[in-house]
Write a protein that binds this ligand. Structure first.
Ligand code: 1CP
Length: 346
């Protein structure tokens, strides 16, 4: 059965513009919190395919999105490379032994060996695919090599990125070696996700904007292009969504090379500008400011304006970054319904 979400990602005509929400499987849903409480530690939830599948499916049933995104986290890759990940309550992710040298990097697993350890992700996908309606898509994902490297070098989330940027300017060879090693794993990881049953893959470059524009291609974009080339050569029918958050200033330069189908536009970039610069090459995804979900009026104004801007363009509705945990579920449902209604063409 054809999936409207996949068709839209590939730029085909669809009866309406499909919608999903970044971080849609998460803490704003009481049903998620119930499973999360049962799992205890956040990583236990990622490691348990039955529970991970259950929370993957919740937003489809509860808020009516057109695609599910597999429940996991971008940081399971460095964890399986051997980096000892933990989630500290109230503080976020932590790696006990961040990479400081080539020797540190050489100690970590790479390639297929590392990707093959992520069996619980592939198992989750198989369970979801059995339970998900045929007309709904399942999105797999990965962190971009650059975004993953920021955690692997800093050991945690950061506001300044000073440790990884120090490496960028004083020891670029080591940073490139880290990025190349992660890129190799990501290729196999996405391939295994596709073999397990995902219909679409998304690459999250959440910390793209930490890199100055003249260095972005060298330290991030070109690695994602390499990943996309690898996947497209094997699976030309699988759409690839690229989400490089906060690169509004780079759009002028035209990030127009690479085998991606969809460009995720963050909420700081005017959709009309993105359409002008990137709309010819890519289907555009996005880009409501997630905090608009606190107000139905603010949501409606934005969805109407996006539907108008994109009425003759190729588009997927989404938020311009992740949904926040205190958003009322009712407002999330309202957003989804409104997107589907206001973009109807039949
Ligand atoms: O206890 C909890 O519930 C912890 C919160 C949480 C959740 C729900 C974390 C910790 N990860 C996730 C799941 C998750 N992470 C998903 C699946 C859910 C969905 O999208 O529906 C996805 C796609 C991610 C991806 C992810 N993890 C990104 C990229 C997307 C983005 O928001 O920019 C990033 C940067 C992470 C790292 C991460 N994991 C968790 C936290 C709190 C963070 C961010 C830390 C930081 O700000 O540096």
């Amino acid at each position: 059965m054809s999936k409207i979400f996949v068709d839209a990602c590939l730029g085909k005509e669809t009866p309406y513009t499909p919608v999903w929400m970044m971080r849609q499987a998460g803490r704003y849903l009481p049903e998620y919190m119930a499973v999360r409480a049962k799992a205890g530690d956040f990583l236990n939830l990622c490691h348990n395919p039955t529970m991970a599948a259950e929370v993957t499916l919740q937003p489809v049933d509860i808020v009516g999105v057109d695609a599910a995104i597999m429940f996991s986290d971008i940081l399971v890759i460095p964890d399986e490379m051997g980096m000892d990940l933990s989630f500290v309550k109230g503080e976020g992710p932590k790696f006990s032994d961040p990479i400081k040298s080539q020797e540190d990097l050489d100690r970590l697993l790479g390639g297929k060996e590392a990707a093959d350890r992520l069996t619980y992700v592939y198992e989750t996908i198989k369970i979801v695919r059995e339970q998900l309606a045929d007309d709904k898509a399942l999105i797999g994902f990965t962190g971009a090599p650059w975004t993953l490297a920021t955690y692997m070098i800093e050991g945690q989330g950061t506001k300044t990125y000073n440790i990884c940027k120090k490496m960028m300017y004083t020891n670029p060879e080591l940073l490139h070696n880290i990025l190349a090693k992660v890129t190799e794993i990501v290729k196999y990881y996405l391939e295994s996700q596709i073999e397990a049953g995902v219909d679409v893959v998304q690459i999250f470059d959440s910390w793209a904007a930490a890199i100055e524009p003249s260095k972005y291609d060298e330290f991030s974009w070109k690695y994602m292009v390499e990943i996309a080339d690898y996947i497209k050569a094997k699976y030309p029918h699988i759409p690839i969504i690229m989400f490089p958050k906060g690169v509004a200033a780079f759009v002028e330069q035209g990030l127009v090379y690479g085998n991606f189908d969809v460009f995720g536009v963050d909420w700081g970039t005017p959709m009309a500008l993105a359409k002008e610069k990137l709309g010819e090459k890519y289907v555009l995804q996005g880009n409501m400011e997630p905090c608009r979900l606190y107000s139905k009026e603010a949501t409606k104004a934005c969805v109407s304006s996006l539907a108008e801007t994109m009425k003759d363009g190729r588009h997927i509705f989404n938020l311009g970054h992740g949904i926040l945990p205190d958003v009322p579920v009712e407002n999330a449902k309202y957003f989804v319904k409104l997107c589907q209604e206001l973009s109807r063409r039949d």
